[in-house]
Design a protein around this ligand. Structure first.
Ligand SMILES: [Zn+2]
Ligand SMILES: [Zn+2]
Length: 456
């Protein structure tokens, strides 16, 4: 009875009732045994969530924006929210509405986040990655109804809280006749509605790994869409390789990213680390096993299929066999599967591979002349520039399109290249100079954006 149900935040609602209704949950007070009032939604906990850098902030301040990436408080940036992990749920017998909470993907939920800050731990460094296992870390899955939260009202004369939306959703599954027979639940006028986001919080060992030296001219700040995509692609690539090498299902491991601030350089933008956790509470221990630095390095080589790799069974289907030609971002052969549907639009296997190479070598070649980028860039540039009516050319080593009407030059760059003036790559500087010599205003566009949002 008192066993907590492991719920995943689903479409949101359902009918929460108190699983302690019949449990001996009394407290001793003034020598009198009192039964506490049922509390089906559980105790609310306030956390901060950032939709930019993916931070989850415990004990958040009520002022200012995101403590990691400084995103302002708004629906696309940072907010504080009360979350509940309801201890019980209800099936609405009268209308056959079952609890349907256990599925992974919902567009209204936030991505899996790590609550335990990693800043206070020391990491082991090897090649160009740092790694450790954080034991018993807190992993949050939160459904905040796309930033709008859920409003629960208490049903009159019952210890049941529901959302209006849940009731209406349940009705949709009924025939018109059955629907007409249903009486609407009546809110208890003496009890205020509660606004909460739903959470499933698990305690589990977590592998966490980052790239401490991002190389010159690159920007791995997860608040930028390109870098965020790269971190997630890195994470899902590692998860797939881990699943193959351990011979387990991908769904046994959860993936997320966590921002962190490098305190040694006060004005540096945040960077991120990926985390992998066993998806079942107190799972089989895959993530702590893989957090051993040498093992993790072997996994990176296994992804690349390079000379340090035991075999190329993972790399060949991705780097050859027609995949390169057919997959401009991600597909089921490389990074996509049903459980990561919420990430499909940002997953990019080329960015994932770039991150793997960077994790092994701070001087890895991260540009659009690298092997698997070349063909994609030339074919994309062709259709992109002609689609926009621009005249294709090159400035330095970079492909560009000239907009003679506005005297602008759109220069295509690698998604991870930094566009901050103090950290520009020499290729960008050269492209800038050549465009300006022709009287054009240079504008930088990453290939990531050119493919996904050509008209922005
Ligand atoms: Zn942030
Ligand atoms: Zn693919």
């Amino acid at each position: 009875m008192s066993k907590r149900l492991k719920l995943r935040p689903d479409k949101g609602f359902n009918f929460w009732r108190d699983s302690r209704d019949f449990a001996p949950a009394s407290t001793r007070q003034k020598n009198i045994w009192r039964i506490p009032p049922p509390n089906p939604l559980g105790q609310g906990v306030r956390v901060g969530v950032c939709r930019q850098c993916q931070a989850l902030v415990e004990n958040p301040s009520e002022e200012r924006g995101c403590p990691y990436c400084s995103a302002p408080r708004d629906e696309k940036g940072y907010r504080t929210v009360d979350i509940s992990e309801p201890p019980g749920f209800n099936t609405w017998w009268a209308i056959n509405a079952e609890y349907n909470g256990a599925f992974e993907f919902t567009p209204r939920a936030l991505k899996t986040r790590l609550g335990t800050p990693s800043d206070e731990y020391s990491f082991e460094t090897r090649q160009n990655f740092d790694i450790r296992c954080i034991p018993q870390a807190l992993v949050y899955r939160i459904n905040d109804n796309n930033g709008k939260d859920f409003e629960f009202f208490k049903v009159s004369n019952q210890h049941v809280w529901i959302t209006r939306e849940a009731f209406e959703q349940a009705l949709l599954d009924l025939s018109r006749e059955e629907r007409d027979r249903v009486t609407e639940p009546v809110p208890d006028p003496s009890v205020q509605a509660i606004v909460r986001a739903l959470a499933a919080i698990s305690t589990t060992d977590v592998l966490i790994a980052g790239i401490p030296n991002s190389g010159s001219g690159l920007n791995l700040n997860p608040a930028l869409p390109e870098a965020r995509a790269a971190w997630y692609s890195f994470g899902f690539l590692i998860r797939r390789a881990a699943a193959v090498s351990l011979d387990v299902a991908e769904s046994e491991l959860d993936v997320g990213i966590q921002p962190f601030t490098d305190l040694s350089s006060p004005f540096a933008p945040p960077s991120a680390r990926i985390f992998l956790s066993d998806s079942l509470e107190n799972g089989a221990g895959y993530s702590s096993y893989l957090a051993q630095p040498e093992r993790f390095e072997n996994l990176l080589h296994f992804i690349l299929g390079d000379e340090h790799s035991s075999n190329q069974t993972f790399a060949i289907p991705l780097l050859f066999n027609g995949h390169q030609e057919e997959c401009s971002t991600s597909c089921h052969r490389c990074l996509r599967e049903f459980g990561n549907m919420a990430y499909h639009s940002i997953l990019d296997w080329r960015l994932g591979y770039d991150m793997v190479r960077l994790a092994l070598n701070p001087n890895a070649q991260i540009d659009l002349n690298y092997d698997y980028w070349v063909d994609l860039v030339s074919s994309t540039a062709n259709s992109y520039f002609s689609g926009l009516g621009l005249e294709q050319t090159t400035f330095g080593s970079l492909l560009a399109g000239i907009d003679s009407f506005n005297s602008e030059a759109i220069i295509l760059i690698h998604p991870l290249w930094d566009i901050n003036p103090e950290n520009l790559r020499p290729e960008i500087l050269q492209g800038y100079t050549e465009a300006q010599q022709q009287g054009l205003t240079p504008k930088l566009k990453s290939i990531f954006t050119a493919i996904r949002f050509p008209y922005e």
